[in-house]
Design a protein around this ligand. Structure first.
Ligand SMILES: Cc1cc2nc3c(=O)[nH]c(=O)nc-3n(C[C@H](O)[C@H](O)[C@H](O)COP(=O)(O)O)c2cc1C
Length: 389
């Protein structure tokens, strides 16, 4: 990866403590294998909110993956589809969701929404996701502001400001109206011309739909980035917004980024269909609690029935097993699939998924579990106090 891509993908908030906590939490739970159980065949398939999954694993939404490879979202979709794995498309995707949907080739996908300050844009994105065939909507609520990310700051790198990761917007009819209005308002303005400004303009124009030469002559690519920066997320997002979703979509809705048991209960109370326990891979608040610790309290709070998914720190099949044992119905895989993408494109994505699932399958065989629903709290144990990792 380029330095900018690596900073964006591997980097986290502040001193990186939340990322470290995510991994340390996995060290504090240990698997308890059981013997002589006669389990020969394992069934890894499961169903979450009406979506059939070949294994309890979906690809997490990741924005601006185009930093890693051109055509990123299409390649990820092809890798996911080759592995038969569902993919949650990011609102900050690098290809329009309709194109990525086609690349899924029939494998289920969900759509992740960032709630814009422009309500008609929210409706437009939801309608497009429904029309494209998304099977669920995932509203990410932990990124109403972008976290403090020193690795990006050190490089002066904000992908979105260069037009990276705004393809869902530039392909959207409602957004195009907003950006065009802005382009008309600002095209007469004088702008200071520096080498940096020209390089940014070039980057924006390259990523904007249409021909580069036309884009360079037009005020639209720059207006699109500025419009995006104005409206992309809504810091005043509240429970009332979420409650309004019931009338705005026919899809099941999950809320991603929940860490406190009260927030989990409240989400269920306002009619949300599922919760994704996540601290965004430690990219938002430094020194936050480990997502795995939150999984335990959230599952306790909501009881056995509501759908609870998990991400932030899953790196192996053994991690998957532990998260499932602690109450997750399925997990989302974040950074690792981008590493596969960087190394070998769609095939790298496929291999990362298949390796992860292969290890889960073996651990199920070695712990005596025949099906995903059979992975339970009895299969893990807290590490003895004071035990070294
Ligand atoms: C490069 C990158 C971009 C991300 N972009 C988004 C996004 O657009 N929307 C979202 O809901 N989460 C996003 N996330 C968070 C992931 O969905 C997921 O919560 C996180 O990667 C899990 O942590 P892990 O990768 O350390 O396991 C992003 C994560 C990374 C690494």
């Amino acid at each position: 990866m380029s330095r900018r891509a690596w900073a964006y993908v591997a980097g986290g908030a502040g001193q990186g403590r939340t990322m470290r906590h995510n991994r340390e939490a996995f060290e504090r739970w240990r698997i308890v294998p059981r013997m002589l159980h006669g389990v020969r065949h394992r069934e890894l398939g499961t169903e979450v909110l009406g979506t059939a999954l070949s294994a309890p694993l979906l690809l997490a939404p990741v924005g601006a993956a185009g930093l890693v490879r051109p055509d990123s979202d299409l390649l990820i979709a092809r890798g996911a589809s080759a592995a038969g794995t569902a993919y949650v498309f990011s609102n900050q995707g690098c290809q329009p969701m309709e194109d990525t949907a086609a690349a899924m080739n029939g494998t289920p996908f969900w759509y992740q929404l960032y709630w814009s300050t422009d309500e008609p844009l929210v409706d437009s994105l939801i309608q497009r996701a429904e029309a494209a065939g998304a099977a669920a909507l995932v509203v990410t609520v932990d990124t109403t502001l972008l976290g403090w990310r020193p690795q990006d700051l050190d490089l002066g790198s904000l992908p979105f400001a260069r037009g990276e990761g705004i393809a869902q917007y530039t392909s959207d009819p409602r957004f195009t109206i907003l950006a065009t209005e802005r382009a008309h308002r600002t095209s007469a303005e004088e702008n200071g011309i520096t080498v940096g400004a020209i390089s940014t303009l070039l980057a924006m124009s390259r990523r904007h739909p249409g021909r580069l030469l036309d884009n360079l002559r037009s005020a639209l690519p720059r207006a699109a980035v500025q419009t995006f920066l104005d409206i992309y997320s809504n810091p005043s997002l509240s429970w009332e917004h979420l409650a309004s979703l019931k009338e705005r979509t026919v899809l099941p809705v999950l809320v991603k980024g929940i860490l406190h048991p009260d927030d989990a209960r409240r989400a269920i109370d306002v009619g949300i269909d599922g919760i994704v326990v996540s601290n965004h891979g430690g990219r938002q608040v430094d020194n936050a609690i480990a997502a795995l610790d939150a999984l335990v309290t959230v599952r306790e709070a909501v009881g056995p029935d509501p759908v609870v998914l998990f991400d932030s720190g899953i790196r192996t099949g053994a991690d998957l097993f532990v998260a499932l044992a602690l109450g997750a119905d399925a997990c989302l895989l974040g950074r690792p699939h981008l590493y596969g993408l960087a190394l070998a494109g769609a095939d790298g994505v496929r291999q990362v998924i298949e390796n992860m699932v292969a290890e889960l399958d073996l651990i199920m065989g070695l712990t005596g579990v025949a099906a995903i629903a059979g992975i339970g709290r009895d299969h893990v144990q807290a590490a003895p106090v004071g035990a070294h990792h």
